[in-house]
Design a protein around this ligand. Structure first.
Ligand code: GDP
Length: 611
C-alpha cells in the first residue's frame, strides 16, 4: 500500500494579514502560513536559494514564498509587535488622548529652522535666543541643550537648536515628530538653492506648516522679491500675492523683522490649535543624548504631554532610570517641566537615542522591565541583520571596488560607533548620501559608545567594516579584530571619514596611516605635584609608555583628550620610558580632568603599504 503523501501545499493559507518577523527561519515562517519548514526550504531550493530550516531568510525570500502560496504578510522588525505590548505595560493610550484633546490648554509651538547652508539658520537661532530670553533671565548664563524657549508678548515659543533637515529627517525616520512649524530660511542675496528645496520637501512630507524667513535684507544686493518669485515657482505663494504662505523679510544680523517673524509664528501656532494636557505622567521625545564626564548619561528631552518631575521613573528606548535632576535651557535646576518644554534629564542608565520616545512609567519596576525587553529585541534585530548580511553577502571597504568593477552591485556592510547620538546621526546621514545605484550601504549596527568585542564579533559575522567616530576600540576588541581580520577605521573629522569611504568606492583609497598602539596604562589616581601640576599615577598594562609620544586619554572607549606625553616619572625621577608591569606618573599639561579607571593610550603612525 502506498504511503499517503502529505501535501501541505494544499492547506488553506491563513486569512488576513500575517505578521512575520524579519530574518525568520523556515521553521518559524512555515507554521505561521500553514506550511512546514520543508515546504519553505523546498520552494526556495527550486528558486536556486539553498537554505536550511534554521537559517534566517532575507526579506526577498520571505516575500517570494508568501507570494507563491498567496498569503498576505507584513514584515516587521523583531520587537515591533512586542512594542505594542510594552506600551500597554506603560499604560500609554493614545486614543483616550484624542478624545479629550479639545479640553486641553494650548501649548507653545515647537519650531525647527531649516534652509540652505550659510543662509543664516544659526545666526537667526542665536539672535532670537539672545534677544528674547525668558523675562528675568537677561544676561544669565545660557547653555545649549538642543532646544530653548523664548517669550514673546507673554507667550512661549520653543526652538529646536539644531538647524537643518538632517536631524529632523532622522527623527521622522524613527517615527518621532517633534516639530510643529518649520521656519525656512532663504538668504535674500542668494535666493532659492538646492538645500532650500530639500528642506521644503522634507517639511511637506512631514505635513508641517512652513513660515519663510527671507534673511539678510540688510545686504546691498538683497532681493526679497526674487526669493518670493522663486518660492512661488515651488508652490509656496506669499500671502502678499494671494497665496497662503507667510514670508517675513528680516535680518538675523541687525535683528530687523525678527519680532515680526515671532509674531507670525504665534499666529500660525494659534491656527494649528496646538494643545496638550499638563496633567498625568509625562511623555515626549529624546532630542539629544550624550555621556557627560562627571554627570553620566544625559538626555535632552522635549516634553510633549504631562509634566515631568524629579523622581519620576522614566524609560526611553532601552534606557531607564529615576529622574535625578532636571536642568533647563538656562542651566538652572528645575523641579518640573510641562508640555513643549525642553529639559536635560539626569539619572538614566545609558545614553538614549535621539528620536526615541520617552515615557514616565507607572513605577520603576515597569520602567526597568520595558527597557530590558527592548534591549533584548534590539539584540535580536542585530542578530537578524547579521544573519541577513551573512546570507546576502556584502563586502568590506577594501574589497568594495573589485566588486563594483566586476559589474556586481556591491553592498558595503558597516558597523558605526560614535561618541554621541548627534554625531552618530550625522555620520549615518552623510554616509547614506554616498549610496549609488551600484553601491549600497547596509548598517549592520549603529550605536553610541566605544568599539567593543561585541561589535567586532558582529562585524566578523556579517563581513562588515567598523567605523568609529571619536571612539576607539578597547584592547580586547583590537585583538579580536586582528584575529578575525576585521577592519576598524576610526576618525575624528567627519569629512575625512566620508572622503575615505568615497575613495574606497572609487577604488582610490589613499595610502593609509595605521596607528599602532605602543603602550597602554590605566589611571589609578590623580594627584598634584608642586610646580609640576596634576599628575596621573598609572599602571602600565601593555607595551611601553614613552615620553614625547602621541597619546589619547580614553574613558569607556571614548576619546576625551589627545596630545603628547610631556612628562614621565618613575617615583621622583624623570624617565624616558616605562614598560608594562610598572607604575609611573604621567604629567597632565592642559588636560586635568582624568579620573581613576581612565585609560592612557600611546600610539605611533606608520604608513601601510597598499597591496
Ligand atoms: P547657516 O549655515 O545657515 O547656519 O548660516 P550661518 O548662520 O552660519 O550664517 C552664515 C553667514 O551669514 C555668517 O557669516 C553670518 O554672519 C552671515 N549672516 C547670517 N545672517 C545674516 C544677515 O541677516 N545679514 C548678514 N549681512 N549676514 C548674515
Amino acid at each position: 500500500m502506498d504511503m499517503p503523501t502529505y501535501t501541505a501545499v494544499d492547506a488553506p493559507v491563513p486569512e488576513g494579514t500575517v505578521v512575520i518577523e524579519r530574518a525568520s527561519t523556515p521553521q518559524e515562517l512555515g507554521p505561521k502560513l500553514n506550511r512546514t519548514a520543508a515546504d519553505v526550504v523546498r520552494f526556495l531550493m527550486q528558486q536556486g536559494e539553498m537554505v536550511t530550516a534554521t537559517q534566517s531568510l532575507s526579506d526577498d525570500m520571505i516575500e517570494l514564498f508568501a507570494a507563491e502560496i498567496g498569503a498576505d504578510i507584513r514584515l516587521v522588525d523583531p520587537g515591533e509587535e512586542q512594542e505594542v505590548e510594552l506600551l500597554k505595560l506603560l499604560q500609554v493610550d493614545e486614543e483616550v488622548d484624542d478624545e479629550t484633546y479639545e479640553s486641553w490648554p494650548t501649548r507653545p509651538p515647537v519650531i525647527t529652522v531649516m534652509g540652505h547652508v550659510d543662509h543664516g539658520k544659526t545666526k537667526l537661532l542665536d539672535y532670537i535666543r539672545n534677544a528674547n530670553v525668558v523675562a528675568g533671565e537677561a544676561g544669565g548664563i545660557t547653555q545649549h541643550i538642543g532646544a530653548y524657549q523664548v517669550e514673546r508678548e507673554g507667550q512661549l515659543i520653543t526652538f529646536i537648536d539644531t538647524p537643518g533637515h538632517e536631524a529632523f529627517t532622522a527623527m521622522r525616520a524613527r517615527g518621532a515628530q517633534a516639530t510643529d512649524i518649520v521656519v525656512l530660511v532663504v538668504a535674500a542675496d542668494d535666493g532659492v538653492m538646492p538645500q532650500t528645496i530639500e528642506a521644503l520637501n522634507h517639511a511637506r512630507a512631514a505635513d508641517v506648516p512652513i513660515v519663510v524667513a527671507i534673511n539678510k535684507i540688510d545686504k546691498e544686493n538683497a532681493n526679497p522679491d526674487r526669493v518670493m518669485q522663486q518660492l512661488s515657482e515651488e508652490g509656496l505663494v506669499p500671502e502678499a500675492w494671494g497665496g497662503d504662505t507667510v514670508m517675513v523679510p528680516l535680518s538675523a544680523l541687525t535683528g530687523e523683522g525678527v519680532d515680526d517673524l515671532l509674531d507670525n509664528l504665534l499666529v500660525v501656532a494659534e491656527l494649528e490649535d496646538l494643545r496638550a494636557t499638563p496633567e498625568g505622567r509625562a511623555r515626549g521625545i529624546v532630542l539629544e543624548s550624550h555621556l557627560d564626564i562627571g554627570r553620566g548619561p544625559v538626555a535632552t528631552v522635549l516634553v510633549q504631554r504631562g509634566t515631568l518631575g524629579v523622581g519620576d521613573p522614566v524609560v526611553a528606548g532601552s534606557s531607564w532610570g529615576r529622574v535625578r535632576a532636571l536642568i533647563n535651557d538656562r542651566g538652572e535646576q528645575v523641579k518640573q517641566a510641562g508640555p513643549s518644554t525642553p529639559v536635560e534629564v539626569l539619572g538614566i542608565s545609558e545614553v538614549a537615542v535621539a528620536g526615541d520616545r520617552f515615557v514616565v512609567a507607572p513605577d520603576e519596576k515597569t520602567a526597568a522591565k520595558v527597557a530590558a525587553a527592548r534591549e533584548h529585541w534590539k539584540r535580536q534585530a542585530a542578530l537578524g541583520r547579521e544573519a541577513h548580511a551573512a546570507a546576502g553577502g556584502g563586502a568590506k571597504l577594501e574589497d568594495i571596488f573589485q566588486q563594483i568593477q566586476a559589474g556586481e552591485t556591491a553592498t558595503l556592510n558597516l558597523v558605526v560607533k560614535a561618541d554621541v547620538t548627534g554625531s552618530l546621526e550625522a555620520v549615518t546621514e552623510s554616509l547614506r548620501k554616498l549610496e549609488r545605484d551600484d553601491v549600497k550601504l547596509s548598517f549592520v549596527h549603529r550605536a553610541v559608545g566605544g568599539i567593543t568585542q561585541y561589535d567586532v564579533q558582529l562585524a566578523a559575522a556579517s563581513n562588515a567594516t567598523i567605523i568609529g567616530f571619536n571612539v576607539r576600540p578597547d584592547r580586547k576588541a583590537r585583538e579580536l579584530a586582528e584575529q578575525e581580520h576585521v577592519e576598524i577605521r576610526t576618525y575624528e573629522i567627519i569629512y575625512k571619514l566620508i572622503e575615505d569611504v568615497e575613495a574606497a568606492m572609487l577604488g582610490m583609497l589613499a595610502p593609509e596611516f595605521e596607528e599602532v598602539v605602543t603602550g597602554e596604562a590605566e589611571v589609578r589616581e590623580v594627584f598634584r605635584v608642586p610646580r609640576v601640576g596634576a599628575v596621573a599615577g598609572c599602571y602600565v598594562t601593555n607595551g611601553t609608555i614613552t615620553r614625547g609620544s602621541k597619546v589619547r586619554f580614553l574613558r569607556e572607549g571614548t576619546v576625551i583628550w589627545k596630545g603628547t606625553i610631556s612628562s614621565l616619572r618613575r617615583f621622583k625621577d624623570d624617565v624616558r620610558e616605562v614598560a608594562a608591569g610598572f607604575e609611573c606618573g604621567v604629567g597632565l599639561s592642559d588636560f586635568q580632568d582624568l579620573k581613576p579607571g581612565d585609560i592612557i593610550e600611546t600610539y605611533e603612525e606608520r604608513e601601510i603599504p597598499r597591496t
